[in-house]
Design a protein around this ligand. Structure first.
Ligand code: PMP
Length: 406
């Protein structure tokens, strides 16, 4: 079960001590730690390459441009996109979704149209669609989930109609861990004539991704949740759709020609990349994706699933502990509460034992509303976690129960 243990040494921060105890980092759904090769990629860029891209003829500018475009090809390969033109670098998942909500809304949504999302979306796949629907006079329809945390596919089928323009759902829920049946969701949306955006923020690091096999129009993820830096992410879009969408932000890099009267826009992907990009971040993201591929996503998935089973069994045995999100198809997230113990108290006391977990609504307030709770404690796994981490968490929960007399 601990066969990926050798990779722990790649992550220097895991040697940290918290309040004199070894760090047990179980907040990976919020952000993952970075391997040395990603940290080095950022430093090396500023030491040896720093220059603006695409504008200069000089040596460093060409080197920076080649490194950036190399990272685009790595991202293309990682997602199995058809072309690097389909890979847009954004600030992250939130930025990617806002781009599509704005551009698709401007170009293709009219009063009376409908957008479908689900009750288990992260706020960043919720609020941009709410705002877009308000702007365009469209209606937002929401697929509910059952108490296990599985989407009500029967209600989804009822929501779909000729009015549906776009369906936006997460592949994996960040607060429940459910792996959603995205292939089925996409096929049904296409049958209704709608396009689909998949929020892959919690799937790309755990499940092999093939956007051509999925056949979604848009797919997005954040670099920092897949061992890369913050402030960088990817929007994949089918080329035919990216070609049709109006630009989101305007400025340098995204223009073909500007005259006083009129502007024409760059080709893909630059039409959607206004301004100087996060060059170091892009290159380091490429490094992170290469790193994950070298470990192997199927091996990561197998390891994390074994750990998830192990953790679920041990935690379920704790008296008064309830897990939220018990779908048969889950990955890497355990949200829980213990009777009589506020999630903040649990999180604070675990922290004092060196265990980092997340507490609160996890930017999914509708999920909390579903269960009539304010928040949960969330432990989430990455490739470097091991059974010792889970044992420390479980011992910690039992200790918190003793301290609080529950
Ligand atoms: N969607 C999901 C499913 C997420 O888990 C997150 C991050 N928690 C986001 C979107 C937003 O990602 P970011 O903050 O990196 O833009």
């Amino acid at each position: 079960m601990d066969n990926l243990t050798k990779y722990r040494d790649d992550f220097p921060i895991l040697q940290t001590e918290i309040y004199g105890r070894p760090l047990v980092y179980l907040d990976n759904a919020a952000t993952t730690q970075k391997p040395q090769c990603v940290i080095d990629a950022i430093t090396d860029y500023y030491l040896s390459t720093n220059s603006n891209v695409h504008r200069g003829l000089h040596y460093l500018s060409e080197k920076a441009t080649a490194a950036q475009e190399g990272a685009r090809q790595i991202a293309q390969g990682y997602l199995n996109a058809q072309s690097p033109r389909e890979i847009i670098f954004t600030k992250g998942t939130t930025d990617s979704i806002n781009l599509v909500a704005f551009s698709f809304g401007e170009g293709f949504v009219h009063p009376g149209d409908e957008i479908i999302i689900s009750e288990m979306e992260h706020h960043s796949n919720f609020v941009p669609w709410q705002l877009m629907c308000e702007r365009k006079g469209a209606t937002l329809k929401v697929i509910p989930f059952d108490d296990n945390g599985e989407l009500r596919m029967d209600v989804y089928a009822q929501h779909l109609s000729e009015k549906t323009r776009l369906v936006a759902v997460n592949y994996v829920s960040n607060s429940l861990g459910t792996i959603n049946p995205v292939r089925e969701i996409i096929t049904k949306a296409h049958d209704a004539g709608a396009v689909v955006l998949i929020d892959g923020a919690q799937s790309v690091q755990h499940i092999p991704t093939d956007v051509q096999a999925l056949d979604c129009e848009f797919f997005c993820f954040s670099g920092h949740k897949i061992y890369g830096p913050t402030g960088i992410g990817v929007l994949y879009g089918k080329e035919e759709w990216l070609d049709k969408l109006p630009p989101y932000q305007a400025g340098g890099e995204m223009i073909h020609q500007v005259t006083v009267e009129k502007t024409t826009f760059s080709e893909l992907p630059f039409k959607f990349e206004a301004g100087t990009p996060n060059i170091a971040g892009i290159i380091a993201l490429g490094q992170a994706l290469s790193y994950v591929r070298s470990v192997g996503v199927p091996d990561i998935a197998e390891h994390e699933n074994e750990l998830l089973q192990y953790a679920t069994e041990k935690m379920s045995a704790i008296d008064g502990l309830r897990i939220f999100g018990t779908a048969p198809l889950k990955t890497s997230v355990i949200s829980f509460l213990v009777n009589g113990i506020h999630h903040y108290d649990m999180g604070t006391l675990l922290d004092k034992m060196g265990v980092a977990v997340r507490t609160g609504h996890h930017c999914t307030q509708p999920v909390m509303d579903h269960y009539h709770i304010e928040g949960t404690v969330r432990a989430s796994l990455a490739l470097y976690n091991n059974t010792h981490d889970i044992d420390t968490l479980v011992d910690g929960i039992i200790k918190v129960k003793q301290i609080t007399g529950q």
